[in-house]
Design a protein around this ligand. Sequence first.
Ligand code: MLT
Length: 411
Amino acid sequence: MATVNDNYLKLKAGYLFPEIARRVNAFAEANPDAKIIRLGIGDVTEPLPEACRTAMIDAVAEMGDRSTFKGYGPEQGYSWLREKIAARDFQALGCEVDASEIFISDGSKCDTGNILDIFGNDNTIAVTDPVYPVYVDTNVMAGHTGVANDKGEFEGLVYLPITAENNFTASLPTEKVDLIYLCFPNNPTGAVASKEHLKAWVDYALANNSIIFFDAAYEAFITDADIPHSIYEIEGARQCAIEFRSFSKTAGFTGTRCAFTVVPKNLTAKAADGSDVELWKLWNRRQSTKFNGVSYIVQRAAEAVYSPEGDAQVKALVNFYMENAKIIREKLTDAGLSVYGGVNAPYVWVKTPSGLSSWDFFDKLLHTVNVVGTPGSGFGAAGEGYFRISAFNSRENVEEAMRRIVDKFKV
Ligand code: MLT
């Protein structure tokens, strides 16, 4: 008889964002006239930069001509894209990252989950709390945890709370952990890590032979000059960190799909016989076996991000969303709410008013002002009492949503 992967049964039935969509759709069906504004999932709304669209159109034309048609590309991505990424995103910052260490993919969500394929099953895993749910759920699916307790915390994971009390920077674990997920600028809190904070993590990882999974999907939204964009800006990080980057939020690629992962060549972890194994080799093997690369057309669109026009258009896009974040911060502060984040990240993290739980506040906003956000508790137990508002929407919608909230909540 066929059996299932029982680990899936340990998960809550719905992934956070589909669960929100389910509740919102039910409300919309019951209230067809409600003008719902969605500031929940961080999904971009503004058009793909013109440079990317032009590159895609040109690439489609190439696909229509036998002499320029492309079949399978390299599983790791085309070298012309990997070289541009290495040069601008790393070498220009003084980071020693070679094009061959960059693996193009169709998303950081997939990469942060898939990376577990090359690690053993007995690693101790640390996540921040709150956290991007994919890191936890993929470990549950892989059988790296026990069951969840009534707070939703999985047995076997080490949770590092990040709250207003510690300025949203997790303290180093007091025990030894093998794999550490860090996301900066942080989803969901919008917090950033200083060089000193990242240095403390790198030093911890080097001392404990741990590997850091550094998710920098939101690095383009950093506005403060002294905040690191890459973990490789920290000395020693090549010996302990894998970095994930994405074009999704930066260049409006959530529907186009392109991202990349950096695996330094000298980075190793232990085999069962105690020998050191290069992670680059395993990831390369994994990708060559289970992945056939990102489409040529999409990689050409991503390449256009590195042209002078593309660069200017992407910066304008990022500035547009960050202006939204500023409006959200200011208006919610006016409404008497405590807000965090939104300065170096497109997410504003709000303390729920009058002791409301995260889901209570979600329901209240949905039902009274028809605005959707994301309940902080959906990102982990320490997110309870917080609420995330995404800056990804049109200016009109952001302004209208804030007007409604201020009218309702201003004291
Ligand atoms: C979010 O809202 O947290 C993001 O859209 C999730 C993602 O990037 O997968």
